[in-house]
Design a binder for this molecule. Structure first.
Ligand code: ADP
Ligand code: ADP
Ligand code: MG
Length: 653
């Protein structure tokens, strides 16, 4: 076994690899760009080497700098994670030429699977079923159109170098073929530097089922069962599970065999995934699955397979790379229970899954996590206060659950999502919660079109109910905790305090009054009675687990979906009135002091009146030089926002 390895990656996968390395007593070296100097993966590593500016081409894709960092730090091997250099055969060759070990398959195996057309040709030879289609050399549009006719519509055009759902076009009408081909070629060229395309039969109502394989350098290869990754948006995975729903044992065995055949055909060693497209229009069949591509690395969704097999795949990767034989035989492997993974991303779902950026002002996950084979596991590369920058993948965390049955694991996923708290940026959290509770999904009726078909029900941004709004109103007033006993309730008791909140452009007005330990809140014409109980709340007689967090001018209410409210800045409102004659209460509050006297001469900026609101004092000042007119407020008055407090005499100059 190695004593020190370098991880040529960042984010959750770098942290994930380090956790296993540490458990095995293997020292770790991180690499980082300028943007990641304070990142979690750097903090976790035993040593860290700076490799360049934020742009990936200048840092995480700089094979030369990464190899130099490994040499300089005394690492014996490099783990590539996924993405970046993980499927780059030239990188593997360079690593080996430098006398280091690449923790992954041989360069030749990566090359064999690198292009979808060549990989399919190879699989045909190995006797693995492939999606019917054309994967020859010609790019003559007339020939390709004729091939598409032969295959029969609908067809899917794919850039052979494509990945991450890019460079694909579905064509349903032959009249659209030419334009779609040109589109896929352009995208292939732009994203992967290769315009070459292949054509496939488009499987209608397909499921994406992939097989995890492992090989070693002694000619052994096993499969670790399947994952169903059919829940996709725009050909990208959102929630994955293992095993696949309604998988007959005979089909599982046939798919496993085909995947092992594929791995053996290319002399595979290490972790890999063979992806199949499966006919999901009826029960799964032994003749109803076809090879799509092989990913020659650890996959994002590997934890669900770890959960059901009880194995640590990073440990297996390290052992195999160190030359040990696989410690497991096919016949030893069993499926234990069910597992789900949800990918939590900084992205704007209603805006078409647009990546979002920002600071994680607050981030909390369910208890009992970190990398371990428990009921709930969180793999995350960020901590509270970290930034999701525009430079890299906007993943926040993978939330993984394990249970004895599909129902149990899915219920745990819902629960774990509900206990996840994030504030500061836009995420797909609410969308994941909807999906996890979605009826069709719960029944295991999954296919790759589910999200697009039911987008109207799944993607709109949720709107908070009046109970969440009531909690926010309490948070804004500083009443979301236990009240100080000695202060006496009388201070609050008869006072109805208006609160103004903003939610996504909506203006919310609430009224709060405190009666003993109870807070009465009315908002949007609905009244609720709320009472704190430790880390929970009684709301109208029901005990719920909700948390209210005030951060600056924002209140977050974490209860199911997290909702974030703005507290309009009262001082900003008074700025608006600068230069006017009226002094108006910019927020609801208690009049504490009235230095102004009718008839007095004041200068611009002189204190006229002090209001107390949200337990803070706000001084209202003269908007201009002038003479104080009538004073309408007295010390001890509780005023609502917008109340005219005093005015200056009209200016006669
Ligand atoms: P695929 O969807 O191709 O089967 P995965 O679901 O395993 O593969 O996703 C791998 C993708 O994750 C990469 O293609 C890349 O877009 C993205 N990625 C690359 N590097 C990172 C990283 N360090 N952290 C998060 N995501 C990454
Ligand atoms: P990528 O390299 O981008 O991951 P894949 O070839 O793995 O590309 O395809 C990505 C997704 O596109 C699949 O998971 C599936 O949802 C869809 N897809 C691919 N091929 C087909 C096909 N022949 N018929 C229907 N859907 C397909
Ligand atoms: Mg794929």
């Amino acid at each position: 076994m190695f004593t020190k390895i370098l991880i040529a990656n960042r984010g959750e996968i770098a942290a994930r690899v380090m956790t296993t390395a540490r458990r095995l007593g293997v020292k770790t070296v991180a690499v980082y760009s300028d943007a990641d100097a304070g990142a979690k993966h750097v903090a976790l590593a035993d040593a860290a080497v700076h490799i360049g500016p934020p742009a990936v081409a200048e840092s995480y894709l700089r094979a030369d700098r990464i190899i130099a960092a490994a040499k300089a730090s005394g690492a014996q091997a490099i783990h590539p994670g996924y993405g970046f250099l993980s499927e780059n055969p030239d990188f593997v060759a360079a690593v080996e030429a430098a006398g280091l070990t690449f923790i992954g398959p041989p360069a030749e195996a990566i090359k064999a699977m690198g292009l979808k057309d060549a990989a399919k040709a190879l699989m045909v030879q190995a006797g693995v079923p492939v999606v019917p289609g054309y994967h020859g050399d010609s790019q003559d549009p007339v020939l390709l159109a004729a091939e598409a006719d032969k295959i029969g519509y609908p067809v899917l055009i794919k850039a052979r170098a494509g990945g991450g759902g890019k460079g694909m076009r579905l064509v349903e009408d032959p009249a659209d073929f030419r334009a779609a081909l040109e589109g896929a070629q352009r995208e292939g060229q732009a994203s992967f530097g290769d315009p070459h395309c292949l054509i496939e039969k488009y499987i209608t109502q397909p499921r994406h089922i992939e097989i995890q394989v492992f090989g070693d350098s002694h000619g052994n290869a096993v499969h670790l069962f399947e994952r169903d990754c059919s829940l996709q948006r725009r050909h990208q995975k959102v929630i994955e599970e293992a095993p696949a729903p309604d998988m007959p044992e005979a089909v599982r065995a046939a798919m496993g065999r085909a995947a092992v055949d594929a791995a053996k055909a290319i002399g595979y060693a290490g972790a890999g995934t063979v992806e199949f497209i499966v006919d999901g229009s009826g029960p799964l069949r032994e003749d109803g699955f076809w090879f799509m591509e092989m990913n020659t690395r650890l996959q994002v969704e590997h934890p669900v397979s770890e959960a059901i097999t009880g194995l640590d795949f990073v440990e297996l990767q390290l052992r195999v790379a160190a030359g040990e034989p696989l410690p497991v035989k096919q016949d030893d492997l069993r499926i234990n229970g069910w597992s789900f993974e949800a990918r939590l991303y900084a992205e704007d779902v209603p805006k078409g899954f647009l990546p979002a950026t920002g600071t994680l002002d607050h981030l909390a996950f369910p208890q009992g996590t970190a990398f371990e084979l428990g009921a709930v596991r969180i793999d995350s590369g960020v901590r509270p206060g970290d930034e999701i920058s525009p430079w890299y993948d906007p993943m926040i965390a993978k939330i993984i659950t394990h249970g004895p049955t599909r129902e149990a694991a899915l219920a745990r996923l819902s629960q774990a999502l509900a206990e996840t708290e994030i504030a500061g940026l836009t995420t797909n959290h609410a969308f994941l919660r909807r999906l996890a509770k979605y009826e069709g999904f719960a029944k295991g009726q999954v296919d790759t079109g589910l999200i697009a078909r039911d987008a109207e029900a799944l993607t709109p941004a949720p709107v908070p109910c009046t109970r969440s709004r009531s909690l926010a109103a309490l948070g804004a007033l500083g009443l979301a905790g236990d009240l100080p006993v000695l202060a006496g309730y009388a201070h609050w008791a008869p006072v109805v305090q208006p609160v103004r909140l903003g939610f996504d452009g909506e203006d919310i007005l609430a009224e709060v009054y405190v009666d003993g330990t109870k807070r009465h809140v009315s908002v949007d014409g609905v009244s609720h009675v709320l009472e704190p109980a430790g880390d929970r709340w009684w709301i109208d007689g029901t005990l719920i687990r909700a948390r209210v967090l005030r951060q600056g001018a924002r209140v977050s209410v974490f209860w199911g979906n997290g909702y974030h409210y703005d507290i309009p800045d009262p001082l900003e409102v008074s700025d608006d009135q600068a230069g006017g004659d009226a002094v108006i209460a910019p927020m609801p509050g208690l009049v504490k002091l009235v230095p102004a006297q009718a008839g007095a001469q004041v200068a611009k900026g002189d204190a006229l009146l002090v209001l107390e609101a949200m337990k803070m004092e706000h001084t209202l000042v003269a908007p201009r030089d002038g003479v104080v007119g009538e004073v309408l407020a007295a010390v001890g008055d509780q005023v609502t926002d917008g109340t005219l407090l005093l005015a200056l005499e009209p200016d006669h100059d």
